[in-house]
Design a protein around this ligand. Sequence first.
Ligand code: UTP
Length: 297
Amino acid sequence: MVAKIRKAVFPVAGQGTRFLPATKVVPKELLPIIDKPLIQYAVEEAREAGIEEFIFVDSRGKSIIANHFDANPELEDILLAKGKYELLQTVQESTIPPGCAVYSRQEKALGLGHAIWCARKLIDNQPFAVLLPDDLFFYSPNCLKQLVDEYERFGGHMLAVHDVPIQDTEKYGILKITKDNGLTVIADTLVEKPKPIDAPSNVAIAGRYILSPVIFEALDKKIIGTGGEIQLTDAITATLDKVTCTGVRFKGKRFDCGSVNGWLQANIYLGLQREDINDFLLKYLQKLGFNCENDKI
Ligand code: UTP
């Protein structure tokens, strides 16, 4: 029987340069999609998938992420006194219970692999999940839960994957596949951001993983890869003589909210899904001259 996935790592130490000047002070992970910060969507996804301990790898200037998940008794008192019970519930639901959130610091943004390595002392030699908060997914069961469900069958490293247009391979970690079962694929190598001509497939990693703790043996070596960064993909490849690597073609929609275009799309998509906003947004888009029928978006 495989171990239950109880811990998740949220790397939030990046610079978010694609969102400057918004991210000069405000962490990218706190930018809202409608009215909820990106990082909270990822935490809620993890919680629904059974995660009990939330490990954030942050950097200087990002402490307000910890504040976001802390209780805010003054605000709660005000909302209670004013009878704003729904908002009170919203505020309370955004809190992570005491002792369940831990924070580790990445001194320098040396790459995603290095960010995960910064959580090594908090993992206890157990398999763990990784969620990149700028990737936002919509589906039920959610993306991490889909991985957790398949993990029981495969073990090892598990990655959320999707088929991308071949001209886009330079934006992703790409799998070299040895077996394609449709829903799942088995990989023996990962290549970070290859040019289309060098890409071993068009199956790309999205920002959800379950990793075996064996990953730290490779990350300990701090090997520099593509872009001068310590790449998680290289570390996964380096451990494939010890564990398998399974990609799960996730169901649902994904938005790359680390880019302005993806963030904008996610806001419009969610706005059209939400009953409290849908009518207003459709009317506004129609007023601007767009002929959008909700079911076609
Ligand atoms: P990105 O490359 O998308 O984030 O990393 P970034 O570097 O902040 O973005 P840009 O390109 O400058 O706009 C994906 C995730 O990995 C984290 C980021 O915070 C983001 O959540 N990350 C990346 C780290 O925590 N540390 C790193 O050294 C690199």
